[in-house]
Write a protein that binds this ligand. Structure first.
Ligand code: C2E
Ligand code: MG
Ligand code: MG
Ligand code: MG
Length: 297
């Protein structure tokens, strides 16, 4: 892969890394270089916060997901898929996660946000959630920024349920008591049992884009989406459909009942400041309501 090759080339030019060269394979070396660059990136403020809208069928903005990118001085904008796994493995996800949460809380605390009644959804990785002081960190960030906890939603993956159910329920309950909402991200791709789901204080399920993609044409995917919607209905959970790209997908979902749309069809992730300016200007109307030849109709 080109990324690996690039980091390999960079790494072998460094004395410090040469020492490891004999012991490590090319891939491990590339990872090591990426890890130390990422550590510096967090300190040097090279991370950038993006927001993607989540809206109802009427085009009203209901929420936004925070998605981090890395503005690398040489390589440009690096997508999270290339560095979140490294951050997770190395433990850098903890300071990185703190950075994202702080930025989101700072946005929520801004005066003009009173005109935008949305929740910001923040991704929390399993390792970050597992930290013994996770609840304290969130409390501290809310207190130091002055953000309203009822404007915050935390996205966790099914993996956290497998860790230690009592600990997971405890942490989530403490945060939920503050008014924070929880969502299960990429729902249906993990190993969660429905019995676990019932015990967690969650408010939302996000249907993974893998199911949405072919739902209009593939009866198996359609059945899975229907099953997830049935679970959500029985547990009284809100549903966000992830990765809605086409009119066909939107029409399929529309025929299934109310849910929130998050995908390129209704809006791509954009730099947070730009998004907020845009949404404030449109008063949270992502696209015109009652638009008969427009999107989601
Ligand atoms: P995710 O949380 O499931 O986020 C949704 C991903 O789907 C995002 O990718 C988003 O850009 C993408 N997406 C949204 N709409 C569409 C669409 O219509 N079509 C397609 N093909 N994709 C769409 P992104 O931004 O590259 O992020 C990838 C993953 O990286 C995220 O998946 C999440 O697991 C992780 N991630 C991103 N930011 C953070 C963060 O701040 N902390 C943690 N722990 N993980 C993060
Ligand atoms: Mg997410
Ligand atoms: Mg997701
Ligand atoms: Mg996903």
């Amino acid at each position: 892969e080109t990324d690996t090759a690039l980091y390999q080339a960079k790494a072998s030019g460094r004395n410090t890394v040469c020492f490891f060269e004999a012991a490590m394979g090319a891939q491990a070396q590339a990872r090591f270089a990426l890890e130390s660059e990422l550590r510096q990136a967090i300190e040097n403020d090279e991370l950038v916060l993006y927001l993607q809208p989540q809206c109802g069928i009427d085009g009203r903005l209901e929420g936004a997901e925070a998605l981090v990118r890395w503005r690398h001085p040489q390589r440009g904008l690096v997508p999270p898929g290339l560095f979140i796994p490294v951050a997770e493995d190395s433990g850098l996800i903890v300071p990185l996660g703190d950075w994202v949460l702080t930025r989101c809380c700072e946005l929520l605390a801004r005066q003009e946000m009173s005109h935008l009644p949305l929740r910001i959804a923040v991704n929390v990785s399993p390792r970050q959630f597992r930290q013994a002081d996770f609840v304290q960190r969130v409390r501290h960030t809310l207190a130091s920024t002055g953000a309203d906890p009822t404007r915050l939603l935390l996205e966790v993956t099914e993996g956290v349920m497998l860790d230690n159910l009592a600990d997971t329920v405890g942490k989530m309950s403490e945060l939920a008591a503050l008014g924070i909402h929880f969502s299960i991200d990429d729902f249906g791709t993990g190993y969660s049992s429905l019995a676990y789901l019932k015990r967690l204080p969650i408010h939302e399920l996000k249907i993974d884009k893998a199911f949405i993609q072919d739902a209009p044409s593939d009866p198996n995917d359609a059945a899975l989406v229907d099953a997830i919607l049935a679970v959500a209905r029985h547990l009284n959970l809100r549903v966000v459909a992830e990765g809605v790209e086409t009119e066909d997908q939107a029409a399929f979902l529309r025929s299934r009942g109310p849910l929130l749309y998050q995908g390129y069809l209704t809006g791509r992730p954009e730099p947070a400041e730009q998004q907020l300016d845009h949404w404030l200007a449109s008063q949270g109307q992502i696209f015109p309501a009652g638009n008969t030849d427009g999107r989601l109709t």
